[in-house]
Design a protein around this ligand. Sequence first.
Ligand code: PLP
Length: 410
Amino acid sequence: SEEHKPMRTFTKSHKLDNVLYDVRGPVVDEADRMEAAGTHILKLNIGNPAPFGFRTPDEVVYDMAQQLSDTEGYSPSKGLFTARKAIMQYAQLKNLPNVSIDGIYTGNGVSELINLSMSALLDNGDEVLVPAPDYPLWTACVNLAGGTAVHYVCDEESEWYPDIDDMKAKITDKTKAIVIINPNNPTGALYPKEVLEQIVQVAREHQLIIFSDEIYDRLVMDGLTHTSIASLAPDLFCVTFSGLSKSHMIAGYRVGWMVLSGNKRIAKDYIEGLNMLTNMRICSNVPAQSIVQTALGGHQSVNDYIVPGGRIYEQRNYIYEALNSIPGVSAKKPKAAFYIFPKIDVKKFNITNDEQFALDLLRDEHLLVVHGGGFNWKNPDHFRVVYLPRIEVLKDAIGKLTDFLEYYHQ
Ligand code: PLP
């Protein structure tokens, strides 16, 4: 009878078996529990500029307020014409070849488009080359789509540039594409043209699609310039991602885009798949699309942050020096974005589990960082620091980390 039936329980889809997104995972859950119990946590874990006093340019907010009543309805699936025209001009300034308006898609952040672009491409067993360390959404979306993320190593000893030999060694007859994240999260690396050319050559030889995540392309320091890899590959099919979350400090509005370029003929069928998934989600947030033109064409407030005297620049210099002055910690100087990925001497501290390290740091010092494993880094010897907080706050964090490490032994 009904009474003796075992209780039915619900388990998550097996599609999630190989999916990991620890940037908001178990250590963060513990931090939330501690906060709920009244503990103040110093959070250096999320690349979200607004809570740290970075404001979007006034004209962008003004523009959205003006347009709000005109953006109540759905837009075309790929996005508003004005937004896509502005993105198209931006793509032309970055020398992306063979871009047309129908090859530009807006999304609810780059995040939605990463997911969509992998879902439309991959069959079970298809492989995609993804960097290690990576922004873990890439690995997660490849695996969620049924593919296999195969990690190539970025080399700390070479400014965290991709190891081209490792990349080549990881290619099989199942490899469909290569992902690069440039500028990089979590390392802060910026790839020079010579490195990009080598990657293009690998993609050319093995007939791979290039996916390039360039969301930090306007946060480049030290007078360096960002090169879009697609500009070097007119004969290949490339998909370039960017958005306003970081450059305009409006991560909460959710607006990003992707741009198809180069040889689109070879990807005709894939593009049909992209269009189908784009139609199915109807459109991205329309008020957020409505400000793209003003944001891209207007006052670039970010430029004031990334030069000497600017907050991001000065905070980068501080955190770089301060981390390197802690015994057992070393870090390469980031050139872009607002992350640093220090190395920790695992022998000195007997560290075998980096997630445990992050948890211990959280419990003892109320300081929240993400362990390297959260970025698909295999060895337990790194963690990521977001250096968006003001220097006074970073000083506090460095003090806590120094105290913690003085007696830490796993
Ligand atoms: N790509 C990289 C490398 C990121 O670091 C982030 C956010 O941190 C994203 C994509 C997602 O950005 P959004 O969805 O806000 O556009």
